[in-house]
Design a binder for this molecule. Sequence first.
Ligand code: FES
Length: 447
Amino acid sequence: MAFSWAGGTRGTGTRTTHGGAGDGTGWYPVARSSDVGTSPLPVGAGGQPFVVVRLAPGAEVTAVGARCPHRLVPLTTATVVDGRLQCGYHGWQFNAEGRCTLIPALGPDGAPPPRADLAVPWAVEERDGWVWLAPERTTVARPPRAGGSHPAPDPEQVPELPEPAGPVLGNLDPALEHAWHPVALAAELRDGGYVQVRLLGRNWTVHRRGGALDADPPAWGVTERLGLIWLAPDEPRDRPLPVPEADDPRCTAAWLPPARTAAPAGPLVDALVDVAHVPFVHASAAGQDGEVPDQPVTREPGGFCSRQERAVADGVLQVTYVHRAPFQLLLRLTPPDGAGTTVVTVLQPEDADSTRVYTCLFLRGVDGQPVPAAVLAAEVAAEQAALAEDLRLVAGTASTGLPLLLRDELHVRSDRLGVALRRALADFAAECAALDRATDLEHRASA
Ligand code: FES
């Protein structure tokens, strides 16, 4: 039998009645002991979601809140590493008391802030082959007996993870009506033809007739830019992403096949500007040092820019991120030899849980030389593999969108680009909401 007092609850859920043997005692049966191993198991106790796990084979059961406080991802995808529970996104580690003991992005001297700790129940105990949780302080010292003439434990259903308190930018947010969105590769739409696309939860048919583009149902505009067809449902307030490489004759462009993820666009952009997750998500970087260097960020109209320098074997690698709301991103890598790789990613928010992804690589050879076909093919393959890992990651987070209220998540020093992204999207959403209010007032005044 294993027993541990966690020393108090940091959870905030409310207790509800349940049909288990623990009624009235404050104890809730959550799982059979034999079902709890070294993979986190989601359970519910008193209406609160937890995961239960053994931090070593045969060890006593640990119970912690079901969601990582950093990016609110479910800890069901966490793994046990060196007797700690390690979140699968950025590798934060938690001990049996829920204390965050390691944030790899902060480096060996980085101290996790207190808010990084997980909520824990008041107590957890194994008795008669069952795991019991007391989510709140209870005066009943031990859980009820089970088996024999005692009532059979009846675990409650695992509750949904609660939504963040503040606004969340999902794929159907009204603000997104006021932006240009990519809806197809230009090559997918020949003259005299049409494509049927999904955008913001609706079907659109885009025609190209005599060189002109139009949409059915009518849209504010349809245009072609950067090798893509773009559609703005309503008066757009976004700004185009500057891509000088598109007009640079020294650059060779290569499109990846459009991809799709079962997740909203905001969390995917968040992953694409985030380097802290790389050693934990991307196989090619497994085992790399997770410390994230300083990332200066400059706010720009419609988004932000970050220019960084990283020491490499033969000099300095220049790294530049440029973002424009809502979902346009450029990453430029300029190594010391003057060659360069630029990755442009733009997203089409199709439905609440579906996003289409367009990625174009621009490669420049040393001294402006053309990039050999074999190098181009290898770069495209590597980018495709990395993108597939990010798409799997965000699809597994069960997110409904990107939280815009900063205090709903926990941001640390290495999250400066993620914070800039949330601010840019919050500004964009506020500007669009103000436009909608003004339009509404105009309509009422003229009615
Ligand atoms: S470590 Fe859990 S979401 Fe970042």
